[in-house]
Write a protein that binds this ligand. Structure first.
Ligand code: SAM
Length: 248
């Protein structure tokens, strides 16, 4: 549940992590609905060929509402979120069950080389600083098997349209168990966009050429998918595989 905060929070938000550590309707971008999270997992499972024995890292997992399709397919799931709020939430939530391991920062730092079949990063890239993005890409290259895949889901493109984005969120709410709260959520989200922009926080957008260049420089071959894995058509999903020449 989002926590309530007094007006003091208006003066203390300087970085996206300030928000993710204390999620609030005043500032909150939203995590993925359970229905959409399930769709992302199903699309990722199919596109990445995940099956029994595969190991996947959900990086920036938030509440991790979509692990069931992976577990049903026999996939081992590692969950990591930098926010202690979400680390605690998933440790205590229904997603934390057999086949799921919740990693803290220390466990992530100890993750070995070439151990993962996939890293899924859904609705996260837009909140990362350049340093955090570099750490994610270099970590992923190290953690992935040679034939592993990094899936960057729900990437905000340079031609992103805020009204289409808000409509997609409203639609997702209407289709999910958030139905009754959908209109209030849409208003809260619109207000939070204004407040965040006053605090100098905006979503980091990625032009196609820029993202391909960043991924190539990080040692990946990247291709955009025909459809975003999350049902928001104004955003994109990219798959990045370690390039054959990358030093692994
Ligand atoms: C919009 S939510 C998405 C959560 C989840 N992937 C989903 O689709 O519901 C963004 C998530 O990214 C996490 N995050 C932000 N910066 C991060 C970082 N540097 N490393 C790991 N997680 C981060 C936040 O804590 C938050 O849970």
């Amino acid at each position: 549940m989002p926590q309530r905060h007094g007006p003091d929070i208006l003066h203390t938000v300087n970085h996206w992590m300030d928000i993710w550590e204390r999620p609030s309707r005043l500032f909150g971008p939203r995590t993925t609905t359970a229905l959409d999270a399930r769709r992302v997992s199903e699309a990722a499972g199919a596109a990445l060929g995940l099956g029994s024995g595969s190991v996947i890292l959900d990086y920036g997992c938030g509440p991790a509402l979509g692990v069931s399709p992976w577990l049903d397919a026999g996939v081992e799931v590692l969950l990591y979120d930098r926010s202690p709020h979400f680390q605690e939430q998933v440790r205590q939530g229904p997603g934390c069950r057999s086949g799921v391991s919740v990693l803290g920062d220390d466990e992530l730092a100890l993750l070995g080389e070439g151990v993962l079949d996939a890293v899924v990063v859904c609705s996260v890239l837009q909140y990362l600083t350049d340093e955090e993005r570099t750490a994610l890409l270099s970590g992923s290259l190290r953690w992935l098997k040679k034939d592993g895949v990094l899936a960057l889901v729900d990437v905000v493109p340079s031609d992103y349209s805020l009204p289409s984005d808000l409509l997609a969120t409203l639609r997702s709410d209407l289709l999910s168990d958030r139905l009754l709260r959908a209109p209030g959520n849409a208003l809260a989200l619109a207000g939070s966009v204004v407040r965040r922009s006053r605090s100098g926080l905006s979503l980091r957008r990625y032009g196609d050429d820029e993202l391909v260049q960043l991924l190539t420089d990080a040692g990946f071959d990247a291709e955009v998918q025909p459809r975003n894995f999350k049902p928001n058509p104004s955003r994109r999903t990219w798959l990045a595989r370690p390039s054959l020449s990358s030093p692994q």
